[in-house]
Design a protein around this ligand. Structure first.
Ligand SMILES: C[S@@+](CC[C@H](N)C(=O)[O-])C[C@H]1O[C@@H](n2cnc3c(N)ncnc32)[C@H](O)[C@@H]1O
Length: 241
């Protein structure tokens, strides 16, 4: 079935093929940006994840934040309301950027939008004090993920941080995971999640930082949520000597 090709204009193939209905189709964009729906997709955990993410977001005056790709729900406006800092936002899908702008009209000057592929960002090296990534990585094939870790490591400054909100490692004891029909369905809807579940995120980021002459300052700060199904991770990047 080649229907997804209709959505291929300038977006990565995996996004059109597996997620056209969620992120590229106008009715999908309309449907999923309802708070009860996005909360249901996250099993009622949206507010907790938002709260834990926000608690780790940089609020130091003058800090420059990058939200790497748009998200449904209120994360972007809430991040902007949490401080007077600029929150740069990029995404490869025009429909998502238009939606993000509708939610940030009153603070548009503090929320520059850019259409970019997360695998090849046009920002200069060391531009951001914090890079925030909310449920993006598990939707990418492994090669795209690796390039994205590389770009995150390149654009974050030494002394800055990377904030990742994502699925936790393989949740073998979680009732949802143990319920085989659910696991099967999730694997169909999120074809790259089984690979992400098994990926050592800290090791990937550490390697990407090393490739950019940077390193992690100790172990990440990790908070689990929903009995270990989701996690919020903050990685601090070493300051230069
Ligand atoms: C952040 S992820 C998942 C968000 C999550 N399901 C939610 O809304 O809470 C979805 C976004 O990533 C974007 N995206 C996916 N792959 C991308 C890439 N390679 N470069 C830039 N944006 C990408 C999609 O267009 C979409 O707006």
């Amino acid at each position: 079935m080649r229907f997804y090709r209709k959505f291929l204009g300038g977006v990565p193939e995996y996004l059109a093929r597996y997620y056209w209905w969620a992120y590229l189709w106008r009715w999908g964009i309309w449907l999923f940006d309802h708070q009860p729906i996005i909360n249901a997709i996250l099993f009622g955990q949206y507010d907790k994840l938002l709260h834990n993410t926000l608690a780790q977001a940089k609020k130091r005056p003058g800090a420059r934040l990058l939200q790497l790709t748009c998200v449904y729900g209120k994360l972007t406006p809430v991040l902007l309301a949490a401080s007077d800092n600029d929150v740069h936002l990029c995404d490869v899908a025009t429909g998502q950027l238009l939606l993000a702008r509708r939610k940030t009209l009153e603070v548009a000057s503090r929320c520059p939008l850019a259409r970019m592929n997360a695998e090849r960002l046009a920002y200069a090296d060391d531009t951001f004090d914090q890079v925030i990534v909310f449920f993006l990585l598990h939707e990418m094939p492994p090669e795209a993920r690796r390039r994205t870790y590389g770009e995150i490591a390149r654009v974050v400054r030494a002394g800055g941080s990377v904030l990742l909100t994502e699925y936790a490692p393989l949740p073998v004891r979680h009732p949802l995971y143990r319920f085989v029909p659910f696991r099967w369905l999730l694997g169909r809807l999120e074809p790259f999640l089984p690979g992400f579940w098994r990926e050592d995120v800290a090791a990937e980021l550490r390697q990407a930082l090393a490739n950019n002459g940077k390193s992690l300052d100790g172990e990440p700060h990790v908070e689990y949520c929903f009995d270990g199904f989701y996690r919020v991770m903050r990685f601090t990047i070493n300051r230069p000597d």
